[in-house]
Structure formats: structure tokens, C-alpha cells
Design a protein around this ligand. Structure first.
Ligand code: ZN
Length: 267
């Protein structure tokens, strides 16, 4: 059955009654996590929902470690994103920037009526980053009693990923070693290991972004067809399930520490 997984975790907003949600929201230091994903092409070898699948898994991985001690819930993932730069490949379902910002505001404003002390927008898609920052500002301005926070999960790996990666800088870009390893660990049945075609991309601007984990201060807009024939960038051929497991564990540690800090600061 398709809907088996919705609400199956003790953390899931979707499996609770309205009363359960209010009871959790009204406890001291309560946290609401809203995973934000995207549906966009990820080359020949990864599914279009890669970002949504991964951010939902990471949200659960971090929050599950605290569920006995901290009042915390995770909403269903917001499954579309801001991805116009992927459209030429097909398979992409994107939103206008303003529409997505307003949708996130509506979702969070109504969810926060249940008494939560903190909100974490946990993002899984590079193209959503500026949108998440904007949502933190607009929701935060409206919700003066709530600690409103935003984070792109793969940035949690920037401090330790050099100990784990096989690829050079550039190898952990869109559909590269990082995302492919995580999916090989979490959802191997969705990875086409016999069709991994990706290109390394040499960002011409010294101050531009080289990788998911090596970002310069300069923003650049490019369609993905400028980066790659397949739509993937990086070195997916170096990905392994073991690497994915190590990344997931370390990100779980980082997220656990952050959620604990959020809880303690707002209790
Ligand atoms: Zn993405």
C-alpha cells in the first residue's frame, strides 16, 4: 500500500491526532521540524525525488535520537521546490519563488498555532537555500514567540566530509558522490548503478560554488544544461553504501546536537 509509511514514526505529525499534536506543542522546548525537498532531475542514475527522500530521512534520523526526551514532531516533507534551472531535462516539478515562500509561510503559521516553541525548516535542495533564508525572515517576523530557524542539511557535513570523501572537490555536486552514497545506503533500489553518467564541472569564477560542500560567496544563475549532458555533476561512480552510512551517522550526530541545543534554549 502506497500510504503505509506516512505517519509510521512516533515523530510523525501525520500519524497523530489533533489533541496529540497540541499536547506535544505545548510542552516546554517543543520543536517542529518541516523538511523541505524538491522534485528535479538528478541525472540518469538517481530519482527525481532524491532531495525530498534524503531530507525526510535525515530529519527522522536526527529527531528519532531525541524523541524520548524532547517534545518534537516532523511534518510530512514539502515535496516540491524552487528548481527552474533543471526544467530543460524534464521530470522537474517546480514552484515560483513567491508561491513557494507563501506556501511555506501558510504551512508554518498554521502548524505553529499548536504551541511549538521552535521551528526548524530543514532543507534538502541547493536551489531552495535563498528561499529558506527568506522564509526564516518572514515567518520569524510574524512569530515573535517562536524561535524560527533554517538549515540546509548537507551543509552539516562540510566540517567532516573531507575525512570521508573519495572524490576531489567538485565530486560531491548535484547527483555526485554525496547524494548517490546516501541513497545507496538509504534507498538502494532507487539507484541505477549501471547508468552513472556525470561530469565534473570546473566553476570558472574563483568565488563561485565548487561543490555541495565548497561554496564561495558569489551567487550565479545557470541552467543545468550548461553544467552537464546527463544533468548530474560530480563523481557518482565513487559512491558506496558504506560512505552513505558514515555520512548519515555523522549528520545524525550534528543534527542531534543542534536539536538538543534548540530544545534547551527554548525550554
Ligand atoms: Zn536538488
Amino acid at each position: 500500500m502506497v500510504f503505509d509509511s506516512i505517519g509510521s514514526s512516533a515523530l510523525d505529525w501525520a500519524g497523530k491526532t489533533a489533541d496529540d499534536i497540541r499536547t506535544i506543542g505545548e510542552r516546554d522546548g517543543s520543536i517542529l521540524v518541516v523538511p523541505v525537498g524538491s522534485i528535479e532531475q538528478h541525472g540518469n542514475h538517481l530519482p527525481v525525488a532524491t532531495d525530498t527522500i534524503l531530507v525526510d530521512a535525515i530529519a527522522h534520523l536526527g529527531a528519532e535520537r531525541l524523541v524520548d526526551d524532547v517534545p518534537i514532531l516532523v511534518t510530512p516533507p514539502f515535496w516540491s521546490g524552487f528548481s527552474p534551472h533543471h526544467r530543460s531535462f524534464g521530470g522537474t516539478i517546480t514552484l515560483d519563488f513567491d508561491v513557494m515562500l507563501e506556501a511555506l509561510e501558510n504551512i508554518c503559521d498554521s502548524a505553529l498555532e499548536n504551541g511549538f516553541d521552535a521551528l526548524l525548516l530543514l532543507n534538502g535542495h541547493g536551489g531552495n537555500r535563498s528561499l529558506i533564508s527568506a522564509a526564516v525572515s518572514t515567518i520569524g517576523e510574524d512569530q515573535s514567540d517562536v524561535e524560527v530557524l533554517g538549515l540546509t542539511y548537507f551543509e552539516l557535513a562540510s566540517q567532516f566530509v573531507d575525512d570521508i570523501r573519495e572524490s576531489e572537490i567538485g565530486g560531491m555536486a548535484h547527483g555526485g558522490e554525496f547524494e548517490t552514497s546516501l541513497l545507496l545506503h538509504l534507498r538502494p533500489e532507487l539507484v541505477r548503478e549501471d547508468d552513472m553518467e556525470a561530469q565534473m564541472y570546473d566553476e570558472p569564477y574563483e568565488l563561485g560554488t565548487k561543490d555541495l560542500h565548497e561554496g564561495g560567496p558569489l551567487s550565479v544563475y545557470r541552467g543545468f544544461e550548461e553544467y552537464s549532458h546527463s544533468g548530474a555533476i560530480g563523481a557518482p561512480e565513487l559512491a558506496t553504501a558504506e560512505t552513505g552510512e558514515r555520512i548519515a551517522e555523522r549528520i545524525g550526530d550534528e543534527l542531534e546536537a543542534l536539536l538538543t541545543e534548540i530544545h534547551e534554549r527554548n525550554a
